[in-house]
Design a protein around this ligand. Sequence first.
Ligand SMILES: CC(C)(COP(=O)(O)OP(=O)(O)OC[C@H]1O[C@@H](n2cnc3c(N)ncnc32)[C@H](O)[C@@H]1OP(=O)(O)O)[C@@H](O)C(=O)NCCC(=O)NCCSC(=O)CC(=O)O
Length: 399
Amino acid sequence: MASSPQSLSTAINKPQQAQRAAVLAIGTANPANCVPQDEYVDWYFRVTKSDHLTKLKAKMKRICYNSGIKQRYFYHTEDTIRDHPEFIDSALPSLGARQAILASAVPELTAAAATRAIAEWGRPAGDVTHLVFATSSDAHMPGADLRLASLLGLRSSVQRTMVYFHGCSSGSAALRVAKDIAENNRSARVLVACAELTVNFFREAHEDRPETLIMQSLFGDGAGAIILGAVATGGRPADSVVERPLFELVSASQTLIPDTEDAAAGQLADGGLVFRPSPRMPGLLRQLIEQYLVEAVAPLGLGGRWNDLFWAVHPGGPAILDSVEAALALAPGKLAASRRVLREYGNMSGVSVIFVLDELRRRRGELAGGFGVMLGLGPGFTIETMVLRAASGAKRKAL
Ligand SMILES: CC(C)(COP(=O)(O)OP(=O)(O)OC[C@H]1O[C@@H](n2cnc3c(N)ncnc32)[C@H](O)[C@@H]1OP(=O)(O)O)[C@@H](O)C(=O)NCCC(=O)NCCSC(=O)CC(=O)O
């Protein structure tokens, strides 16, 4: 039986303490190069000089047609590929050249997203106390966090934490870490930043690497940023009249599905990032997601009432979303925010959930009951679950 928003509210408020992390602002950014999905395969086989691989080309056309994607954004262009023939010849080392591009491209794109988040937040960048930066693209030391802090003019004492190589769950993992920081450091204001650029794994198709077609068909580039701060439960931040919470982060948990280490695995190699999403992922989700969700949300009294919640599911591909929808018997439209992000941007790995949150705050109708679940899916096969509560400010903004 469906429960009322009031009874959900009572169940959730009971065990919680007074201060809870909340999203105070969201910013997103994409590179300028936008490629329509229905032109992508011809472009891809031409620039990778692979038009002779007619069977692979036909297969990729089918995958792209079924992808649920309308367009994707890329930092790299045809010029990038022309300047770097090693990117499309797997016999040549290319990691150094890819990382040289990413060293500036990752922090710069992230700065564009973070600048938007900070502008919406309404306070100066110097008021950011902590920075949590997630990426699987840039692998420098010191990391993209340092360059981002400099681009934004953050204070030199900002407390920086890198979250590296969590793949498509990186944005969710960064938010989980930031939630703890915000709730355990009085007046902390945490900038959560995440960026992924596919130049790290752009390569030519090959008969022996079926995963390449999947990666080149689904993934796109993007950056997202969120400002987090602790608020009095259900209310405004204690020490500011400027800030308006969009979502409270009620609880966060991470689960590793046993015996699934091959379900989404990768490594940095001479030829850049090699990542293999297993064809088992959609089936595993369909089979197991409800059980793991029940464990994650049952202490809050939410288990089983899936259609009472709003959903921010990682848009990894249409089969991923279809599996979650079927396993939870979600009503049509419950995953509309995720499907829209997939359609407009493709799978931007861990950045995607930040775009989905940005989309959700504009969709008043999907915040039914005020509570929701964000699902990050990543290597392992790891599931990051976060229960959210849409603040009244989120609804006002959506009007
Ligand atoms: C890719 C699809 C859009 C293709 O859908 P289609 O309707 O065209 O049909 P399909 O599923 O039969 O797949 C078409 C062809 O692609 C192959 N195929 C499908 N998934 C594959 C995979 N992961 N690796 C290698 N090949 C794969 C199939 O075997 C088939 O080959 P053949 O035609 O030869 O029989 C869909 O399968 C999908 O959404 N899959 C989920 C993608 C995914 O795993 N995303 C998560 C990425 S990782 C991520 O997001 C999180 C992370 O970090 O872990």
